[in-house]
Design a protein around this ligand. Sequence first.
Ligand code: ATR
Length: 288
Amino acid sequence: MVNYAAQGDYMLLGVIGDPIAHSKSPAMHLAALAALGIQGTYVPLHIRPAGLDDAIQAMRALGFRGMNVTIPHKVEVMKYLDEIDAAALRIGAVNTIVNDNGKLTGYNTDGIGYVRSLKDEACPELQGKHIVVLGAGGAARGIIDALIEESPDRISIVNRTRDKAGALAEEWISRGDLRGYGEEEAEAVLQHAEIIINTTSVGMHPQIGAIPIPAAHIPQGIVVSDLIYNPLQTELLRQSELRQCIVHGGLGMFVNQGAYALEYWTGVAAPLQVMRAAVLDSFTNNST
Ligand code: ATR
């Protein structure tokens, strides 16, 4: 890694999205910059779809070193960049931009951030495991792309719309044992799951009582992970804990996607604990 931070330039960073007011990224990255002793800032920028092109041009003109990209711009932004990393290209979405003297490169740190968090916090070894992923949307793509790199035995994708799960499995079938299923097949597939990962929005605030699969279908003692971090403990994780499972919430993914982005921008290891504490702190101060 090039240690960009050591060059001493004031480091301009930010996040573009619509809406953006409730983003926890500024609090997390400002805490990280302070902990690393890097002079710089990280600002939330409310950019509507019609202003995306101008915003990316402005990034060059103003000398922003890096930008995070969030909903609804992760796909659209790709056409304004000079280069796109291979994983981001496969996933079809960018959440991090690095500016090297006017040349903009897009990355996707969501999937790799998620996998680093899952391994650190819940399941150090993914090789040879049967992983069941609930959902087949944008978030599932990023996560499955990164999971494949860990050589699991099989990834079963279960989705409300069966065809979407089948299409995703088929797209990447040359990379591993991937299979797509509909909800009616979920019970049989889940019986053999060693890890269940929820990528759907079922159970997210304010629908905190909702659960993406019946609790009775969760095998005892396996690893259950939920990308949702609001609430920190979803109904899926609560029910899984009652079944003696190892549970893993979405906070770690959020922190680690930010950590990878910061590492791309600065060239130095991100202060994970400081970042996690800053996000938890901003939850306490503003729980929406
Ligand atoms: P994201 O980028 O967060 O993945 P997305 O691309 O819109 O968002 O995908 C949402 C995923 O959650 C999809 O797999 C969706 O299922 P469908 O493909 O059938 O739409 C799933 N999902 C959303 N709401 C759901 C619900 N109420 N029940 C089951 N699945 C749901």
